[in-house]
Ligand binder design. Structure first.
Ligand code: ATP
Length: 689
C-alpha cells in the first residue's frame, strides 16, 4: 500500500505510463458508477487511495460537490491560531521566502492543523474555487472533501503525492497534491503541509513527472525544516525561560545575602575568594571590583588555622583576627564545606561574625547589662551625695576603681552607674569571686579552647574577660579571688591581652575594671592572702560607700521608694505605713543596709492586711531589736543581730520563692540578688525548693 520509503508517492515513485493513466481514469469512472466496493478491483489505483475513496463515499461526500461549508467559528479559530502561533509564524516565514517561486509557477502551499483545519495558504488561487473556500478555519478532511494528499498524509503519517484521477473531488482532477506531515519531538502529528500543482498537458511527459517527484521532495524538506525550527524555538524558549529563572534566583540570592548582617565569603580549597556579600566587602575593606585575585590568607594571621579547618571539609568554627589595610578585628568564622555531588571538597562558605557583636548578644541574653544610672541611685543625705558626685567624676577617667563598703550599700549599682557613664553600649560583666568554685574561676575568667580538658565544649568558650571586651569587668568580692590567680589577673589588666586555657594565641582585650569588696583588703594583704601589686593596680581610684546608718534621712526616702517600686511591679495599691511601724523602720540600725531595707519592705507589703503596714508586718529581727541604733554594741549583741539577720534573710528568700513558684530566676530578681547568690543562700539555709 505504501512505498518502501514510507511514502505514497506518485505510484511508488514510478513514472505513469500512458496505459496506467488510462487505467486510472477507467478505475475512477468505475468507482463513480459505483461498480465496486472492493479496493482490489481498482488495480491501477494505489490501494490506500482506493480505500479512502470508499470511506469518503461512505461518509456521504459528493465528488461533484461545489461548496465546502464546514469551518470553525471565529472563537474556535482564534483559539486554534493562538495555540499554533509558533507553527504558523515559522511556516509563514517559509511561505514568504517561497512566495515568488510558488506564484510564478502556479503552485499553491497550504498548512493544515492535525485535524485538517486550514491555517495558512499562499500561492496561485486554484481555478473554480471560491476565495472563501481558502480562508483559515475551513475544514479539509476525509469527511468534508474526501480523498486528497494531506488527508492520506495525516492518516498514514508519511509524505504522500496523489495525481489527478486519484483525487476524490472534481475540483482537484487537474491537480497533483504533495503532502508531508509535521510532527513534534514525540512523533505526535501537529500539522500537514501541502503543495498543489496544476496538471499540465502532456501529463505523461517524463520531465514533468520528474519535476513532480521533486515537488514531493521539496514539501518533505519544508516540513522537516518547520519541525526542526519548532524544536529549536521550543528549546530556545525553554533555555531562555530557564535563564530568566536562574537570573531571578541569582538576583534574589544576592539580595538575600546582602541583607544578612554577617560577612559571607565563598572561597575555593586554596582560599581564593570567589564571591562575598556586602557585609564581607566591608569586613575586608574592599570594593566589589577588588575581589578578583584576593586570597583569604592575605587577611589572616601567620598562625591562622582557618584553612586547616577548610581542608577538613567539615562544618566547624574558629575565631580569627582579620587584618585589613584599615584595622585588625576579631571574628568568629563558621566554616561550611562546599562539596560536589560525589562529595569532593571544592571550597567553603565562610560566615564572619564580629566577636564584639556576638559577645554583646550573649551578654544581653545572659542579662549582662547594667540598668542603673547615677540618677537611679536614691538618697538625699550628704554622705551619699558626696559619693555620687565622686563616682560621677571617676567615671570620666579610665582608671580602675575600687568600691568598698558594707554588704548591701550599693556597690554593684554604683559600678553599673559608672559603667553607664563611661561606655553604656559595651557589656557589663559581673563576676562574683566568692560565688564561684575555686576550680572554675579560672575557666570563667579566661575561657578555654575546644577540647582543652575533659567535659569542655568542643568549640571552646570565651571567658568573662573576653566577654567584657569593649565594656566593664566588675569583680565583686575581689577579696575572695584565689591567691594563685591574682598574678594572672594582674598580667591581663596590665597587658590588656588574654589567652584561653589550652589556647595558642593571645587576644587583645580592652575593658575597664571596677572591683568591689566588703572586706578590709589591707587586712587580707597583711595575712598574705591578697597581693599588694594587684591591690595597688585595682585601687587607683577608691570609692567608699556609706552605710545606711550614716545616711541621715535616707531610710525614710528609700523605704518609701522601695514600697512604691515593689507595688508598681506587682500591681498593688501602695499601702499606708502605720506610725508605729514607721518609727521602728526609722530607728532600726539596718546592719544589712539598703538591701535589708528593701527586702524588709517587700516582706511587710506581702504580710500587710487592709492595705496598711503595721508594726507586726515588719520582720521579727527588726521587731526584736531593743535599742535604737547599731552603735557600740558588744559582741554578743552583734552576733544576736547577725543571727536574726540570717533568720530574716531565710524568711525573705522563702517568701520570694513562694511568690515566684520556686522559679529561681524570678525569685532572684525579686530579691535583687544574682542567681548564683540565691543558690548559695538556698544551700546555706537548707531551704527546700
Ligand atoms: N542608693 C540606692 N538607691 C536605690 N537602690 C539601692 C541603693 N543602694 C542600694 N540599693 C539596692 O540595694 C540592693 C543592694 O545593692 P548592691 O547589690 O549594689 O549592694 P552591694 O554593696 O553590691 O552588696 P554586696 O556587697 O552584698 O554585693 C540592691 O537591691 C539595690 O537595688
Amino acid at each position: 500500500m505504501l512505498s518502501e520509503n514510507g511514502s505514497v508517492a506518485l505510484h511508488g515513485l514510478q513514472f505513469v505510463t500512458k496505459e496506467r493513466w488510462e487505467a486510472m481514469t477507467q478505475n475512477r469512472e468505475r468507482f463513480l458508477k459505483n461498480e465496486s466496493e472492493n479496493p482490489c478491483d481498482f488495480s491501477a489505483i494505489n490501494q490506500a487511495v482506493a480505500e479512502s475513496w470508499i470511506r469518503s463515499r461512505n461518509l456521504g461526500i459528493d465528488p461533484f460537490q461545489t461548496r465546502i461549508d464546514k469551518s470553525l467559528n471565529s472563537k474556535e479559530l482564534e483559539g486554534l491560531l493562538d495555540k499554533n502561533k509558533l507553527l504558523i509564524n515559522i511556516t509563514q516565514k517559509l511561505f514568504n521566502s517561497f512566495k515568488s517561486l510558488v506564484d510564478s509557477s502556479g503552485y499553491s502551499l497550504y498548512l493544515f492543523d492535525k485535524n485538517g483545519v486550514l491555517l495558512l495558504f499562499t500561492g496561485a488561487f486554484p481555478q473554480n474555487v471560491d476565495y472563501d473556500r481558502l480562508m483559515p478555519g475551513k475544514i479539509f478532511n476525509e469527511s468534508t472533501v474526501g480523498t486528497c494528499s494531506h488527508v492520506l498524509s495525516m492518516r498514514y503519517r508519511c509524505p504522500i503525492q496523489i495525481i489527478g484521477p486519484e483525487q476524490y473531488s472534481i475540483y482537484y482532477q487537474n491537480m497533483i497534491g504533495s503532502s508531508a506531515p509535521i510532527q513534534d519531538e514525540k512523533g505526535e502529528l501537529i500539522a500537514t503541509l501541502v503543495l498543489n500543482q496544476e496538471l499540465i498537458n502532456p501529463v505523461l511527459d517524463s520531465n514533468y513527472q520528474k519535476l513532480c517527484i521533486h515537488t514531493l521532495g521539496l514539501i518533505i524538506a519544508m516540513a522537516e525544516a518547520i519541525q526542526v525550527q519548532i524544536e529549536l524555538e521550543k528549546n530556545n524558549q525553554y533555555v531562555s525561560s530557564v535563564n530568566k529563572d536562574l537570573r531571578l534566583a541569582y538576583d534574589t540570592l544576592e539580595a538575600t545575602l546582602d541583607c544578612i548582617d554577617e560577612g559571607i565569603v565563598n572561597v575555593d580549597q586554596t582560599g581564593q575568594v570567589i564571591r562575598m556579600n556586602q557585609q564581607g566587602l566591608q569586613i575586608f575593606n574592599l570594593k566589589p571590583g577588588q575581589i578578583a585575585g584576593k586570597n583569604i590568607r592575605d587577611f589572616l594571621d601567620a598562625n591562622s588555622s582557618l584553612m586547616e579547618f577548610v581542608a577538613k571539609g567539615e562544618k566547624s568554627s574558629v575565631e580569627e583576627m582579620i587584618c585589613t589595610n584599615k584595622d585588625e578585628q576579631s571574628y568568629l568564622i563558621e566554616i561550611h564545606p562546599v562539596l560536589t555531588q560525589n562529595t569532593q571538597l571544592t571550597g567553603a562558605i565562610l560566615r564572619f561574625n564580629h566577636v564584639k557583636k556576638i559577645n554583646a548578644m550573649v551578654n544581653s541574653r545572659s542579662g549582662a547589662i547594667a540598668k542603673y544610672k547615677f540618677a537611679d541611685i536614691i538618697g538625699e543625705s550628704k554622705a551619699i551625695k558626696e559619693v555620687i558626685e565622686l563616682g560621677n567624676r571617676f567615671a570620666g577617667l579610665q582608671e580602675t576603681i575600687l568600691l568598698s563598703g558594707e554588704s548591701g550599700t550599693g556597690k554593684e549599682i554604683f559600678a553599673q552607674a559608672i559603667h553607664n557613664r563611661r561606655c553604656s553600649q559595651g557589656p557589663f560583666i559581673a563576676v562574683n569571686c566568692s560565688a564561684l568554685p575555686r576550680d572554675l574561676i579560672e575557666c570563667e575568667l579566661f575561657g578555654y579552647e575546644g577540647g582543652s580538658f575533659t567535659g569542655a565544649d568542643r568549640s571552646g568558650r570565651p571567658g568573662k574577660i573576653e566577654l567584657a571586651n569593649g565594656g566593664t569587668l566588675f569583680l565583686d568580692e575581689i577579696g575572695d579571688m584565689p591567691l594563685e590567680l591574682q598574678p594572672v589577673l594582674l598580667r591581663v589588666i596590665e597587658n590588656k591581652q588574654v589567652i584561653r586555657i589550652g589556647g595558642r594565641n593571645y587576644k587583645k582585650v580592652d575593658f575597664n575594671i571596677i572591683a568591689a569588696t566588703n572586706k578590709d583588703l589591707k587586712k587580707i594583704m597583711e595575712e598574705d592572702l591578697f597581693r599588694k601589686d594587684l591591690f595597688f593596680r585595682l585601687s587607683v581610684l577608691m570609692l567608699k560607700l556609706p552605710a545606711l546608718r550614716d545616711r541621715e534621712n535616707d531610710v525614710e526616702i528609700l523605704s518609701n521608694y522601695f514600697i512604691k517600686k515593689y507595688c508598681q511591679k506587682v500591681g498593688r495599691k501602695t499601702p499606708l505605713i502605720h506610725a508605729e511601724a514607721r518609727e521602728k523602720i526609722l530607728s532600726y540600725s539596718w546592719p544589712g543596709n539598703v538591701r535589708q531595707l528593701e527586702n524588709a519592705m517587700i516582706y511587710a507589703i506581702n504580710v500587710s492586711k487592709d492595705n496598711t503596714i503595721t508594726l507586726n508586718c515588719l520582720p521579727d529581727n527588726i521587731l526584736s531589736e531593743k535599742t535604737g541604733k547599731f552603735n557600740g554594741k558588744d559582741s554578743t549583741e552583734e552576733e544576736n543581730i547577725l543571727l536574726s539577720i540570717a533568720s530574716w534573710e531565710k524568711t525573705a528568700i522563702q517568701v520570694a520563692l513562694m511568690r515566684a513558684n520556686d522559679n529561681i530566676l524570678v525569685a532572684a530578681e525579686m530579691l535583687e540578688i544574682s542567681k548564683a547568690t540565691l543558690y548559695r543562700k538556698i544551700k546555706e539555709y537548707n531551704i527546700k525548693v
